[in-house]
Design a protein around this ligand. Structure first.
Ligand SMILES: NC(=O)c1ccc[n+]([C@@H]2O[C@H](COP(=O)([O-])OP(=O)(O)OC[C@H]3O[C@@H](n4cnc5c(N)ncnc54)[C@H](O)[C@@H]3O)[C@@H](O)[C@H]2O)c1
Ligand SMILES: O=C(O)C(=O)C[C@@H](O)[C@H](O)[C@H](O)COP(=O)(O)O
Ligand SMILES: [Zn+2]
Length: 371
């Protein structure tokens, strides 16, 4: 992994992300949360900034970010919503939009999302909608948000019918990932985030995958190493998104593990975290792919072992017809079938369009059969 990362020890690592509109920087390092104001000033300009955060993260980091914004010349306010995926709803976004209007934000101003993926997805959607779009800065505080959700411009809320069914593509102007924030995550939340890191290894980076096998993130990993892991994951996602910003083709591979994962997440009323659901979704589809003869046995074996090494689940006992029913409502439904991402080897996946009957067979082969 070391040969693919950039940056000098102790210094922030900056990953530049191109988009069709403009490029933006992802700044990864220790203590960089205090730089948010000055970096936002350079990236967005504007006079007012509204920090959006949830009820767990706001007491920890919202004031520090707001102070940094004020020091950089912004008139800053803070909006807080009740933490949790169950609140990732249009009604919450509507409240956020009301707050932006009340604070008098104009088209020159900035929304600053401080929190995990739920915060980033909702603050991002609010930024996309408010006045038909204003600047957005992402300050991810969970590992999952640092390696995945803060980058790439997907914003969304859930509908009764399923995950992320209402959203917009809205790229950030800047992402500031302070790995020191990971210190306040509980071990469970940290583990949950690891699902998306493992995903990046399976889809694009066998070297990262092997490195994780030797150095599970739940073991002893230094802050410096964590910063490199975050930066490497951002690079992987950046390269995929850069070649297919609106998910017409290649970007679908970022959904590896999500077809079954999203179904389990929604059907279980969000009692299991997103990363854990992705982890078990990857194991299920890998077992199914082996059962179909699309990959060798070592593929599900290595994925399951790495998932288990990070303390994450490898299977679900949900009824198969429920999984199929949720999957048919997902965005990856096309015509009479569904697009699924299947592993061919560690580091290589492909998107296959399967009929609903074939998808049902994959679920039978892969779910409720694991160790
Ligand atoms: N937009 C995308 O590309 C994308 C990618 C992956 C996931 N997602 C979405 O992201 C969400 C999952 O993200 P998540 O796991 O960060 O969920 P989350 O935002 O709910 O955060 C998980 C929990 O950790 C808490 N938390 C976050 N940072 C903390 C910190 N530093 N210290 C203490 N507590 C902290 C939160 O308050 C919350 O209780 C899902 O809704 C998923 O759909 C989006
Ligand atoms: O950025 C992407 O593209 C992804 O697919 C990243 C996923 O980890 C993320 O969970 C995403 O929200 C899932 O895609 P969705 O389109 O089904 O919401
Ligand atoms: Zn995901």
């Amino acid at each position: 992994m070391s040969q693919t990362t950039v940056g000098v020890e102790g210094k922030p690592i900056v990953v530049r992300v191109p988009t069709s509109q403009r490029d933006y920087d992802v700044v990864v390092g220790e203590g960089v949360i205090d730089e948010v104001g000055q970096l936002a000033r350079q990236a967005c300009g504007g006079g007012r900034a509204c920090v959006v955060s949830d009820s767990n993260v706001a007491p920890l980091y919202a004031d520090a970010v707001a102070q940094s914004l004020v020091a950089a010349g912004y008139d800053a306010c803070i909006q807080i919503f009740e933490a949790g995926e169950r609140n990732k709803r249009l009604s919450t976004v509507e409240e956020l939009l009301g707050g932006l209007a009340q604070a008098g934000l104009t088209r020159d101003d900035v929304v600053v999302a401080v929190g995990g993926g739920v915060t980033g997805d909702m603050a991002g959607l609010a930024a996309a909608l408010y006045l038909r779009g204003i600047s957005l800065v992402q300050v991810p505080t969970s590992l999952l948000a640092m390696v995945d959700s803060s980058v790439g411009g997907k914003t969304a809320v859930d509908l009764e019918a399923g995950k992320n069914l209402c959203g917009a593509f809205w790229q950030p102007w800047l992402v500031v990932a302070d790995v020191d924030c990971l210190d306040t995550l509980t071990p469970e939340l940290f583990r949950d985030s690891c699902g998306e890191v493992i995903k990046h290894g399976v889809i694009r980076d066998p070297e990262l995958f092997s490195w994780l096998e030797a150095n599970p993130l739940t073991g002893e990993v230094s802050e410096d190493e964590l910063a490199r892991v975050v930066a490497r994951n951002v690079q992987i996602k950046r390269d995929v998104v850069a070649s297919d910003e609106r998910e017409h083709g290649l970007r679908q591979i970022l959904n590896f593990g999500h077809t079954i994962g999203h179904a389990v997440e929604a059907a279980g009323d969000f009692s299991l975290g997103h990363g854990s659901c992705v982890a078990l979704g990857m194991c299920c589809i890998a077992r199914a792919a082996y059962g179909m003869g699309w990959c060798g046995q070592e593929v599900p074996q290595r994925i399951e072992a790495l998932v288990r090494a990070h303390g994450l689940p490898t299977d679900t006992d949900l009824p198969h017809d429920l999984i199929v029913s949720y999957a048919t409502h997902d965005k990856k439904r096309h015509g009479d079938g569904v697009n699924v991402v299947v592993p061919l080897a560690i580091g290589s996946v492909e998107v296959r369009h399967v009929s609903l009957a074939e998808f049902g067979r994959l679920v039978d082969l892969g779910c409720g059969v694991g160790a």
